[in-house]
Design a protein around this ligand. Structure first.
Ligand SMILES: CC(C)=CCC/C(C)=C/CC/C(C)=C/CC/C(C)=C/COP(=O)(O)OP(=O)(O)O
Ligand SMILES: O=P(O)(O)OC[C@@H](O)CO
Ligand SMILES: [Mg+2]
Length: 242
């Protein structure tokens, strides 16, 4: 099975706990040119906050995915194209690898498997909330990252591997190592993409560039530049490979 993410270059991650900048609307957010919107964050997320963002984006064309940080914030809404469920491969606490997932399946009254997909996270910024929450071991060399990527794809059948540097621009050598290790899975990279140049640079090492806090800090015009940076990098790569 191949998901729509195989055609994406750019994903915008909207944190339902954070505001948009003054004067901007979710209509503007849906019109940045991003390939998909993921709704999620680590801290202070609730189902109500999730629902507000889904409602505000529902009428626009951009694909909408929920990325829940725990089972309690998952919402059932036809406006969602699906659920991208993290599993943190380098978490020291197994709750964040399979435990939360087991609880979710146990409490759900039947799963919507057709719309449920997983993302194999490798969390690499020890300062990020997600690293602290999951007690991730962020001390990983490029070889370690590549090996995690292979384990995710080959042993656990993951279709998305996510190198996560939330809050800082990551080590391109480690991102490239993950990319080189994957055959079919799609590599997502997120963290510290603040402008065209950063998106363009990281776009040379990943399949999908994920942009988060920039939306809440600087707004939709800055996000649009990152869409262009990611797209230019990937178009050039595709031409070079052709
Ligand atoms: C089984 C279900 C339904 C849920 C569990 C899902 C898991 C394992 C979540 C653990 C990792 C996590 C909290 C992912 C949330 C997505 C994410 C990484 C958001 C980015 O968060 P940060 O940018 O670090 O946080 P803030 O912006 O809130 O500080
Ligand atoms: O907020 P930033 O640093 O852009 O990170 C994006 C995303 O990877 C967070 O999960
Ligand atoms: Mg964040």
């Amino acid at each position: 099975m191949t998901g729509p993410w195989t055609d994406w270059n750019h994903v915008l991650k909207v944190d339902p706990d954070k505001d948009l900048i003054d004067g901007e609307t979710f209509e503007d957010v849906c019109q940045t040119g991003t390939d998909a919107i993921e709704i999620g964050g680590t801290l202070d997320i609730t189902a109500d906050k999730m629902q507000r963002v889904v409602d505000a984006c529902a009428e626009y064309d951009v694909p909408l995915y929920q990325e829940p940080s725990n089972p309690g914030v998952v919402i059932d809404d036809d406006a969602l194209d699906g659920y991208l469920i993290p599993t943190v491969f380098n978490a020291k606490d197994a709750f964040w690898i399979t435990g939360a997932h087991k609880e979710w399946v146990r409490i759900e009254n039947g799963m919507d498997w057709g719309r449920t997909h997983t993302e194999a996270y490798i969390v690499l910024n020890p300062e990020a909330s997600v690293a602290q929450l999951t007690d991730a071991n962020c001390d990983q060399s490029a070889d370690d990252v590549a090996s995690y990527a292979s384990v995710a794809e080959r042993m656990f059948g993951q279709e998305i591997v996510y190198v996560e540097y939330s809050g800082m621009f990551g080590d391109t050598e480690k991102v490239q190592a993950a990319h080189d290790a994957l055959d079919d899975a799609t590599l997502f990279y997120g963290g510290g993409i603040r402008d065209y140049d950063a998106a363009y640079e990281m776009g040379q090492h990943t399949d999908v560039v994920v942009v988060g806090d920039l939306l809440h800090d600087e707004g939709v015009d800055a996000v649009r530049e990152t869409v262009e940076g990611a797209r230019d990098a990937m178009e050039e790569r595709a031409e070079a490979e052709a």
